[in-house]
Design a binder for this molecule. Structure first.
Ligand SMILES: Cc1ncc(COP(=O)(O)O)c(C=O)c1O
Length: 507
């Protein structure tokens, strides 16, 4: 959509009129089928965009026109039904409304009394809804008299929520570290599943002074190998500060055996903090039919949720909720400058000073859907995933790596005449990497790619580079499911023609 010049350049156009016209522009962008209107090399974009600050002022109308002409066509539209690699569509109408209103009202949740009289309580309401979905008990409302009885904290993303969880783990293991600093990083180890964890855990340990003490345990089908977990806990008992389980890992979204992991950790390493990263798995709590997938999550000490991944809300919003409603007291900070009041979220949000009203878009979205609407949202995504699985399984040159638990499916394209009994993994990985590269360069479709240990489909434990489809976007229909598979097949065949036959077919 191009804004009409009369709107942009009319001398009488008020700020409000101009801003209203930008909503049309934003919606047209989200509604477009395309992911990108234009692709350029990074250096070409650098040279286009990175300029000196001019001395002269530019009118807002001219800036919007320049944005439309130069920047917007290069922007990624993740709400496009052809963007099939992630789920951060940010297109829920109520969430967009909440984002706009939060921007206009400019509340600052660092304090409550003068800074965010009502916003603070919207945040508390949302945290209590999250706790309820997870299965954590919350105190009766009259007992909610401080931020420490809210039972969680809204953050900027899963990385920050996980970092705060690791701070809680550290303080739980070594009370007083907030004052004394870390004295024995060797005893701050965190157990994670090998090869499938998210880097935020390792990074957060470095950020909070715990070093690089990650203990990786082997996996079986993208979940902890439970015997391996028992063994690691026994072997490293004195070093372990926390155990992390993924309710939907970042690659295949496989949900951990949460209850079994809990039972093992509580019996073998009872002092360890047990954290569930449910950035993805949170969506399973929306519907009674999918809730069983995260059975036992309410037994964990803390849970990360990441609504910008699973609730179609714009960036950036996540939350950490804790089983012990007052757990965040242990890592609070105080200042006599500001925040000397019971409902100041500034006291319980590490790393953050001024704090935006990110929870308004959640409040709007959750109210607009209601429990039933949220359930319908997740059930639709699961139905789309079932369609994808059927489609991929019906095609001879495609190989699925797993049975999807949630909304992600990793698969490989196999060159013709691949011998499944002695597959040429280098060749298969190479072709799949090239397919991904071409998809990215063309910009018409998007599938994600990563490396992952083979769960046993070709050669157990070897690194694979599959493509990944995700079924979060509500605009995906059979047309996109078939369309992207046709495209992958076509690119794969083209690449094998260009690069020659496989090792197996030469034999
Ligand atoms: C399992 C998991 N945890 C944490 C994160 C980090 O979330 P964010 O990008 O919101 O910081 C991701 C992101 O993909 C993830 O998949």
């Amino acid at each position: 959509m191009t804004l009409a010049p009369e709107v942009l350049h009319s001398a009488e156009a008020t700020t409000a009129e101009l801003l209203k016209s930008l909503i049309d522009l934003g919606m047209a962008f989200k509604d477009q089928e395309q992911i990108y209107a234009r692709r350029l090399a990074p250096t070409a974009i650098r040279d286009l965009v990175v300029t000196d600050l001019p001395d002269a002022a530019t009118s807002l109308a001219d800036l919007v026109a320049e944005f439309q002409h130069d920047l917007l066509p290069l922007c990624k539209n993740e709400a496009s039904p052809q963007f099939l690699g992630f789920g951060d569509t940010g297109d829920d109408p109520a969430a967009l409304a909440g984002s706009l209103l939060a921007m206009f009202t400019q509340q600052n949740l660092i304090n409550q009394s003068f800074d965010s009289p009502s916003a603070t309580f919207v945040e508390i309401a949302v945290l209590r809804w999250f706790r309820d979905l997870i299965g954590y008990a919350s105190p009766p409302l009259p007992e909610v008299s401080t931020v420490w009885t809210a039972g969680g904290v809204v953050t900027t993303g899963g990385t920050m929520s996980n970092t705060i969880a690791m701070m809680l783990a550290r303080e739980h293991r070594f009370p007083g570290t907030m004052q004394s600093g870390v004295t024995d990083p060797g005893r701050c180890a965190v157990v994670v599943p090998r090869g499938i964890g998210h880097y935020s855990i390792r990074s957060s340990l470095a950020w909070i002074g715990c070093g690089n003490a990650v203990i990786e345990v082997d996996t079986d089908g993208f979940r902890y190998d439970l015997a391996g977990l028992r063994h690691a806990l026994a072997e490293h008992r004195d070093e372990i500060m926390a155990v992390v389980a993924y309710a939907g890992d970042s690659r295949t979204q496989t949900v951990e055996n949460l209850r079994a992991v809990h039972d093992i950790v509580r019996s073998k390493a009872p002092a360890a903090w047990l954290h569930a990263d449910a950035c993805w798995g949170f969506m399973a709590t929306f519907s009674p039919t999918t809730r069983r997938l995260v059975d036992g999550i309410d037994l964990y000490d803390s849970v990360t949720v990441d609504p910008h991944k699973v609730m179609a809300v714009p960036y950036a919003v996540s939350a950490l909720v804790t089983r012990d409603v007052e757990a965040l007291r242990a890592i609070s900070s105080h200042s006599d400058l500001i925040m000397q009041e019971d409902f100041a979220f500034g006291q319980v949000t590490p790393f953050v000073g001024s704090k935006p009203w990110s929870s308004l878009k959640l409040w709007m979205t959750m109210r607009a859907h209601g429990r039933h609407g949220l359930a319908a949202l997740v059930e639709r995504r699961f139905a789309t995933m079932r369609d994808f699985v059927m489609a991929v399984d019906s095609r001879p040159r495609f190989l699925r790596l797993h049975n999807p638990d949630l909304t992600a499916c990793a698969f490989l394209w196999l060159p013709p005449s691949t011998d499944l009994t002695a597959p040429d993994l280098n060749r298969i990985n190479d072709v799949n990497k090239r397919i991904h590269g071409r998809l990215l360069a063309d910009g018409e479709w998007y599938l994600h790619q990563f490396s992952i240990p083979d769960p046993g489909v070709l050669s157990l434990g070897e690194q694979l580079h599959p493509l990944r489809f995700m079924s979060v976007n509500h605009r995906i229909t059979t047309a996109q499911v078939q369309g992207v598979l046709d495209e992958v097949d076509c690119l794969g065949l083209q690449i094998t023609r260009e690069t020659g036959p496989t090792k197996e077919s030469r034999r």
